[in-house]
Structures are given as C-alpha cells and as structure tokens.
Design a protein around this ligand. Structure first.
Ligand code: SF4
Length: 343
C-alpha cells in the first residue's frame, strides 16, 4: 500500500501552494454534470485583465503553482501567452481541461514550449459512459489520443473523475485503462449539484446522483487498481468517511483539501488572502461545511464529524442517512488524522 502521507503536506511543511485562476466560462463541450451547465452567457477574460488578476493572486498568496481553469482553457485564444506569462512570473502553470484539443500533438508541443508543468484531465468513464457524460460522441477517442500525446511530449497529467449514476460502475475499468499511463494524481469526486444547479434543475440532478452506498464499492475497487498500478496520490473527494470504511486515508473532503498539494488553495478560490494559518483554514473549512453540508443524527454522535464535514445538503435527501458513527474515545479534530494514522 502506498504511504499517502508522503504526497500530502505535513503541518511542518505547510499548506498547498497552488492557486486557482479561472480564465472565464466559455467551453467547447456541454457536459451533463458541469457546474456551469445552467449558466447564461459564458465569457472569457481579456488577456491583460487575466494577467493583472494573476499578479494580484501572486501578491495575496504564497504560491508556486497555478491551476488555470475555465470553462475550457484550451479554447482561450491566448492560452500560450498566459502560460508564458505565468512561467516568467515564477509560477508553474497547469490547465484543467477536457482534453479535446490535446488530441492534436502539435498543440501539446506548443503547451510544452510555453512552459506547462502538467495538465489536469477530465475523464469520466469508459468509452460509452464518458461520451454520454460529456454529451459528445467522440470525446473518449480524443482523450485516448490526448493521453498518448501527453506521454509522447513528456507532459505529466493528473485526472479528475466525477462519480455519478451514469458512470460509477465503469470507474474501475476506466482506471485500469488510464492508470497504465502513470497519472501523477487521481481524484475520484462525488458529483455535487452546486454552482448553477438549483431546485429548477432537480430533474437533471436525478439522472446523475448516486447513493454513496452504491458508488463506494466501485470507488474502492478503483482505488485498489490505482494502487496496483503505482499511482501515488489518490483522492476520494466529498465522500463521507463512514461510506469509505478501511479506505479513510484516501478521503479528501473540505477539511483535508488545504493540505493537498495537488489541489488549489481554497482561499484563492474564495478570494480570501487573509487566511494564512492552519487554524484559519480549519475555521474556513468549518464554515464551508456549515454552508454546504448537513449533519445527520448519526453525524451528531460521530467522533470525526469535524474532519468529515457531514453530507452535502443536496445529496442528503438521496442518502437516507449515513452509515455508522465513529466512536474513537475522543473528538477527532486533526484534518489529517486518517492519513497520518498507522493503519
Ligand atoms: S460525520 Fe456523519 S457522514 Fe461523516 S463519518 Fe461521521 S457519521 Fe459519517
């Protein structure tokens, strides 16, 4: 089993030094689970505006890496200019991408030349489930080419997989295919109907939301496969700990995120540069959990509720309650308790 501690920052080494920058919401796909699915007009920022914002972020945060997200950054006409700008400013740039443009090896070479550090690829299943989730019949074929091209050009990649009712049974097979290409990090993320999702999109959410208890065995099987193939950094994100029994060290919820070197600093997303100390991150995590999540009666009796965060409010009604409360003999407050525990 991997020593997951080594890929997380410890208290001594500090918190994640990665920031998030959104270039705008424009995109070349229309994925069924997208945060922005119900957003009206989607626009990109102008280059100078983007550069000014990156400099402002650099002043506010002690950062070394930047995840450029969209929308879809590869649709942005001046992406290479932005990447070069980040490199010159001393940041290691990365893009969060659906990978469609990376099917062109010439484009990957341009990314490399512009100084890209790695890419965070969205991959949501085997061919049929990925294409259906992405609303695009050729999406998976292009991702296959993209992965080949990334390997050929020597650009490392991480993977984000959103777990929904449409793909959860496929996730172990998908992981088996892609993990042979050595992704640096693999995030298995429970779908959250947040962002532009609201009560009016309830019908669409019903198509996507899967109960934790149904998805968890497949998520665990996927983790086993990633382990077998040597992936060093695996996250099950936004899963209540009690649904991931024996796999707790992989769970990365809001309280753990500030320590994940492959996740951007939450405070850069919230535009809260004053948050600097661990105790302030803990308070921020608590407030986000109060805002987004709910605690069931079982959670109220659970000794790890502070590090788990409970259940997303919108998902709660689909999950008739959580599993068993943890009884640890004391209230656990350390966010990395399960990662640091000798299991
Ligand atoms: S706080 Fe609630 S959801 Fe989290 S592990 Fe405990 S019982 Fe489960």
């Amino acid at each position: 089993m991997q020593d997951i501690k080594k890929t997380y920052t410890s208290k001594k080494k500090g918190l994640s030094k990665r920031i998030l920058f959104s270039i705008g919401e424009q995109c070349n796909m229309n994925c069924r689970f997208c945060f922005y699915r119900f957003l009206g007009e989607r626009k990109f920022k102008k280059v100078r505006e983007a550069e000014a914002e990156i400099l402002r972020l650099m002043e506010g945060y002690a950062c070394s890496d930047i995840d450029i997200t969209g929308g879809e950054p590869t649709v942005y006409p001046e992406l290479m200019e932005i990447l070069e700008f980040c490199s010159r400013a001393g940041l290691k740039p990365s893009i969060v991408t659906n990978g469609q443009r990376l099917a062109d090896i010439g484009y990957c070479k341009r990314l490399k030349k512009a100084g890209i550090e790695d890419v965070l690829l969205s991959l949501h299943g085997t061919r049929s489930s990925h294409d259906y989730m992405s609303n695009n019949p050729s999406a998976f074929s292009k991702i296959e080419l993209a992965v080949d091209n990334l390997v050929t050009t020597g650009i490392p990649f991480r993977v984000n997989t959103v777990i929904t009712k449409l793909n959860y049974t496929d996730v172990p097979d998908m992981v088996g295919i892609v993990s042979r290409f050595n992704p640096v990090c693999f995030n298995l993320i429970a779908f959250l109907p947040i962002g532009s999702w609201d009560d009016r999109s309830r019908g669409e959410a019903d198509e996507l939301i899967v109960r934790y208890s149904e998805a968890a065995p497949y998520v665990k099987k996927a983790i086993d496969r990633l382990e077998e193939n040597g992936c060093r950094h695996i996250n099950a994100r936004f899963f209540p700990f009690c649904t991931m029994k024996d796999y707790e060290k992989y769970v990365c919820n809001i309280a753990q995120i500030p320590y994940d070197v492959y996740h951007y600093d939450f405070s850069s997303w919230l535009d809260a540069p004053d948050i600097k100390k661990e105790s302030e991150y803990a308070e921020m995590s608590h407030q986000l959990n109060m805002q987004e999540n709910t605690l069931s009666d079982t959670c109220l009796e659970c000794d790890i509720s502070a590090v788990c965060g409970g259940i997303n409010r919108k998902l709660y009604e689909y999950n008739a309650g959580c599993e068993e409360a943890y009884k640890m003999g004391r209230k656990i407050e350390e966010p990395l308790f399960f990662k640091e525990r000798k299991v």
